[in-house]
Unconditional design. Structure first.
Length: 228
């Protein structure tokens, strides 16, 4: 089984299946609020595991931890299941506004995700960041970040609609719809990033190019010189 397949299976397990089971069978004994609060635990633990496994101690990791801590704090302070759902809509919308802000200030957040990934592959961070700020590349990252913002607004809108239609009873439906919506937008962002990567790859120096440059600057001693 490939890594992508395992990731999808674990996503379904920890973000949908286990939370659904906790909500479905813990609601009667725990009450709506505590069952809903407890159902967020598997996703949080799984995200922390992936954070440590992938060694995301960078801008990407900081963003994940910050949003997780913020969301968890809001959930704990909500006090009721309905307030918890409504507040999660606001949190998602705020993240969307943040993404738009980084786009308009020409520091699109998708660019930092990308730079973190390239750094893990051995590229120089500052050089990669400087290349990403090239106008032709920067525009692509602005589009990607705009899609990320649209995702936050779309999921907020869908969740708001489901809350209005089903109330707390629709929480199980929200788990599935939110995850599927997230996958769809993630796919779109991934395609956009692949296009940007193809352009960026032609502009970044490769390791073999650096080695050739070093050899040109420090040529090996000639083999046909005469010994005295």
């Amino acid at each position: 089984m490939g890594k992508a397949s395992r990731t999808i299976i674990f996503d379904i397990l920890f973000y949908i299946a286990v939370p659904w089971l906790i909500w479905k069978y813990g609601r009667e004994s725990l009450g709506d609020y505590y069952a809903m609060l407890l159902s967020t635990g598997p996703g949080i633990l799984y995200t922390l595991y992936r954070f440590g496994r992938d060694k995301q101690f960078n801008v990407t990791g900081l963003f994940i931890l910050t949003t997780m801590i913020s969301s968890t704090t809001v959930d704990l302070l909500s006090g009721s299941a309905e307030a918890m759902l409504v507040n999660s809509v606001y949190v998602s919308a705020v993240i969307g506004v943040f993404f738009l802000f980084t786009t308009f200030t020409k520091r699109p957040f998708a660019m930092y995700f990308f730079v973190d990934g390239y750094q893990l592959m051995g590229y120089d961070r500052q050089q990669t960041l400087a290349t990403c700020l090239h106008p032709s590349i920067l525009k692509g990252f602005q589009i990607c970040t705009g899609i990320m913002a649209l995702r936050q607004f779309a999921t907020s809108g869908v969740k708001w609609y489901l809350i209005g239609k089903y109330g707390v009873d629709g929480y199980d439906k929200m788990l599935v719809v939110m995850r599927v919506t997230g996958w769809i937008f993630s796919g779109v962002v991934t395609v956009a990033l692949i296009i940007v990567a193809s352009k960026l790859g032609n502009m970044l120096p490769h390791e073999e190019d650096e080695n050739e440059k070093d050899e040109d600057q420090n040529p090996p001693p000639s083999s046909d010189h005469k010994l005295i």
